[in-house]
Write a protein that binds this ligand. Structure first.
Ligand code: CDP
Ligand code: MG
Length: 886
């Protein structure tokens, strides 16, 4: 009956959902209007193919006549007060020469594409042009989206400074924070933030212009935004509330946007900005180091510093751990003892800053920072994903195993320490104060050396760089199409990216780019990077789109559509979570197939879409109210959403001594985690109980870096969880105001009953991640020893030795995700009672004898059940215990 109660209150919960969505249908009505518009724009039509500015100007003077016929807005000029230095620096930017062209094109066209090399001034100047042109002087404001948080924050500060305006006027909004006010006229935000806003107000009535920046990065949200805006802009114009769309891109491949008939019926004009780029000499390595490219980067940087004339060095590596490791090594080789650049200081500064803020929050007696409701997150996936690490331990002594004390390089290259090297790290998760350092001139008499992930490739332009050292690689998260198994892999970058990186050396004078690979290898690079949307599961996006009443996601004008496979998988998952209506099972095959790809959203789906987490977790939140479990569900979901709660225990030691120390620490921390999981009932919640325990214990201790260090927790992750808990609480309150939840940082541990309920909630969300231990008699192949079978995979998966359930090995488990390292390991494992499978997950079961369809939620018969799909192990039946009915 507990189970039944669970579902009942679930239904009651979602009944609170308010419908506030606009019909996507309007778009079709709009078709007529579009055609009329097309006629009007006939003269502009050939423009996208025009590449020379001269021709553009010609076209534009041509359009002048159009303008006379149909006067649009009068030319307005809003004066901006700029300091002489800023004014001087601006005039050097290539985009300034195109101001007229840009403004004319924007006036005459609903959508415009601007394409120009990184550093040409697009991000900082175009919003200013529009501001001066009066686009923010009426009711609407200017919005700019960035795929990375770093860029949104730093660009808003920069533009505010250039325009001598306060950050109340030129503001930013990112996942957790922002400084937007009523006075805001220019708003920088991450693309995910704008996507959420579209869900609240499909017409984006607050904005008069939207600029989609860094479109070449092809981030999923950017792609979707362009698709959505290609419909929103005509709709706004139709309703007499004109709106402009600018798409800005660094590379020349804009055909996906301009020559995509599905996207823009009238191809938008492309303005190409001449890059005033100085020549960059490319030096290829003779050989390509396969493993130790960080070491190679170290040697190259040392050489440049010792032998070559002044000029900043920018080193591209793939991730945070590598960046810190190289920074440490360079600082050791060329010590710089002034101010705050000694080893490890960055992290400390970072930490103490967070600590200060936390203390301040505490003094105010607000137990947790209450985050205002407009300050929502993007979607579940973290922005700047490739800058993240699968297993980070860099706050510790760590670094990569390349950082070997007795490396011959250390002695060989120690060299001439007379000119200090001013070494700075740069990656997207770095605290903003630390990031800002790279824009300031280095201390006099030093040489600047920035060690960066690909954040510096196009998003940020660092002044004074003359030498680029490029490892040629990039870290990306890869997903298995079928199973969703993910892993971080370092792969070769594309030719376009490598050229972008090289270009960073020629911003202020002729420069040099040292590629740590051979020209033959370069020749094998793909020309461009793939759009992210083609590489990842899309259930979160599909849910968000359904929430916008885009039922036929297949027909959505994606600049690059995701694979049909991925869309089908997403739709299936969402149906099984109850977020979408079930498609009919009978009828003509074609119709069934079509219906399967256009299931409308359910009230539960709407509630789920309003939570800023992936659909599986959103389902848990939607069920979480029961037995007062919500605070626990929120804590667990927050912990699962933040990558790497725990210090990396799999890191290899650098020496025997260190290895043994690591082994000891590993054993101690594993033991500690088992303690958090507790005994008996709570242990069965498994790794999720450990997460809950970690959050609870950490909050109880005041969430200090010291506590985290002592308990093998990542401090930054804990701070992020704290923020996310506040945010999720607000999201739940918004959907279900009567709960009136507030986050109590000092959670009391859940009761046994609550744990029981929590376990079921977890199963309801992670149902498709079910795994069953192979039975002893079924193990013929030794590789299956201690293995688990999942419905979709042929190979066994395993419980990680650090998991709370490693020793328990329950028959059924659900897992958060599978990460492939040395084996396929399940992460975030929780035990499932066998009888829950047919009760909570009938959609994943075959019943024998078959049940009438659709399968009832609860089954009172005793009989043999088989989980579906062709797995041998699932075919082994077991007795289904009688279930009490209400
Ligand atoms: O967007 P795009 O890459 O075309 O250029 P931008 O980001 O607007 O940068 C234009 C110029 O402003 C570059 O030369 C940057 O070095 C400079 N800038 C700066 O000095 N400080 C900042 N915080 C941002 C940009
Ligand atoms: Mg830019």
């Amino acid at each position: 009956s507990g189970v039944i109660g669970l579902f009942h209150s679930g239904v009651g919960f979602i009944a609170w959902v308010i419908f506030r969505k606009r019909k996507w249908k309007e778009e079709e009505e709009d078709e007529e209007e579009q055609k009329a518009e097309e006629k009007d724009n006939q003269k502009v039509k050939d423009q996208p193919k025009t590449e020379q500015n001269g021709q553009i100007e010609e076209k534009i003077s041509d359009q002048g006549k159009v303008q006379n016929k149909k006067p649009s807005q009068p030319a307005i000029f809003i004066p901006v007060d700029r300091s002489p230095e800023i004014q001087e620096a601006r005039l050097k930017l290539p985009i300034l020469a195109e101001e007229q062209v840009v403004m004319e094109a924007v006036r005459e066209n609903p959508c415009v594409v601007i394409c120009g090399e990184t550093g040409s001034g697009k991000t900082t100047q175009v919003p200013q042009f529009l501001y001066e042109g009066g686009y923010a002087s009426g009711n609407g404001i200017i919005g700019i989206t960035e795929p990375r948080r770093v860029a949104a924050v730093s660009m808003s500060h920069r533009v505010a400074k250039e325009m001598s305006l306060s950050t109340r006027v030129v503001s930013y909004q990112i996942r957790y924070e922002g400084n937007v006010t009523d006075e805001t006229k220019i708003k920088f935000m991450t693309d995910g933030v704008l996507l959420k806003e579209i869900q609240k107000d499909f017409l984006l009535q607050r904005y008069s212009v939207i600029i989609i920046d860094e479109a070449h990065e092809r981030s999923v949200y950017t792609d979707i935004l362009i698709g959505l805006l290609s419909r929103i802009v005509p709709l706004r114009n139709k309703k007499g509330m004109p709106m402009k769309l600018l798409v800005m891109s660094a590379t020349l491949r804009v055909e996906d946007f301009t020559e995509n008939q599905k996207l823009f019926r009238t191809p938008p004009p492309v303005i190409r900005v001449d890059a005033r780029q100085f020549p960059v000499t490319i030096h290829f390595n003779k050989r390509t180091p396969l493993e130790d490219y960080t070491g190679e980067a170290f040697h190259k940087t040392c050489k440049i510093h010792r032998m070559l004339p002044p000029g900043g060095i920018l080193v591209f590596l793939t991730g945070q751990v590598e960046v810190h490791s190289l920074c440490r090594r360079l600082r050791k080789a060329f010590p710089f003892r002034k101010g705050n650049t000694t080893t490890g200081e960055d992290e400390e500064a970072d930490t103490s800053e967070a600590m200060r803020k936390f203390k301040k929050a505490k003094q105010k007696k607000t137990s947790l920072p209450r985050i205002d409701l407009d300050n929502y997150s993007a979607l579940p996936v973290d922005e700047g994903d490739e800058d993240r690490e699968a297993g980070i331990g860099d706050e510790e002594d760590g670094g990569s195993d390349l950082d070997i004390g007795d490396d011959p390089a250390d002695t060989e290259e120690k060299a001439d320490p007379s000119i200090p090297l001013y070494v700075l790290p740069l990656y997207s998760l770095l605290a903003p104060e630390q990031q800002a350092k790279v824009f300031r001139p280095p201390p006099p008499g030093t040489r600047l050396c920035v060690v960066s992930t690909n954040v510096a490739e196009t998003s940020l332009t660092i002044p004074g760089i003359k030498y680029v050292v490029d490892c040629g690689r990039v870290k990306k998260r890869f997903y298995d199409r079928v199973t969703g198994v993910s892993s971080f892999k370092v792969t070769w970058t594309s030719q376009a990216s490598a050229n972008q990186r090289a270009g960073r050396a020629g911003r202020t004078e002729p420069g040099h780019c040292y590629r740590l690979y051979s020209s033959a290898v370069f020749g094998d690079f793909s020309l461009f990077s793939e759009a992210e949307i083609t590489r990842r599961p899309v259930e979160d996006l599909v849910l968000q789109m359904k929430d916008l009443n885009i039922d036929k996601v297949v027909n959505f004008p994606f600049p690059t559509p995701p694979s049909a496979e991925a869309l089908v998988a997403a739709e299936q998952l969402l149906v099984s979570l109850g977020a979408l209506e079930e498609p009919p099972r009978t009828g003509r095959v074609k119709e069934i197939q079509r219906a399967r790809l256009s299931c409308p959203i359910t009230p539960l789906g709407r509630a789920m879409a309003s939570f800023p987490v992936a659909p599986r977790y959103a389902k848990m939140l939607a069920l979480g109210k029961q037995q007062d479990c919500l605070p626990y569900v929120i804590a667990v979901v927050a912990a699962m959403t933040v990558r790497e709660l725990f210090e990396d225990l799999d890191r290899p030691g650098r020496s025997e001594d260190e290895s043994s120390k690591l082994t000891q620490r590993r054993a101690r921390l594993t033991q500690m985690r088992r303690l958090w999981a507790g005994q008996g009932a709570s242990l069965l919640l498994g790794d999720l109980m450990v997460m809950l325990g970690a959050v609870g214990a950490c909050e109880f201790a005041g969430c200090t870096p010291k506590f985290c260090e002592a308990n093998g927790l990542r401090y930054k992750a804990m701070v992020e969880i704290r923020k996310l808990r506040g945010q999720l609480t607000n999201a739940v309150n918004a959907v279900c105001p009567e709960v009136g939840l507030f986050v109590d940082p000092e959670m009391t541990p859940p009761t046994e009953q609550q744990v029981f309920c929590l376990r079921q909630i977890v199963v309801a969300g992670l149902g498709d991640h079910l795994a069953r231990r192979v039975q002893a008699e079924d193990v013929l192949d030794p590789k299956w020893k201690n293995g688990y079978k999942t419905p979709l995979m042929d190979d066994p998966v395993f419980i990680h030795p650090t998991s709370a359930l490693f020793k328990t090995m329950p028959e059924f488990v659900v897992y958060q995700e599978i990460m492939e390292t040395t084996k396929m390991y399940m992460r975030g494992v929780s035990a499932v009672e066998a009888e829950w499978v047919p009760q909570l997950l009938p959609q994943y079961c075959h019943f024998s004898p078959p049940l009438e369809s659709p399968p009832p939620r609860f089954c009172s018969s005793t009989g043999t059940i088989r989980c579906h799909r062709s797995s041998t192990f699932f075919r082994v039946g077991w007795q289904l215990p009688a279930v009490e009915m209400e």
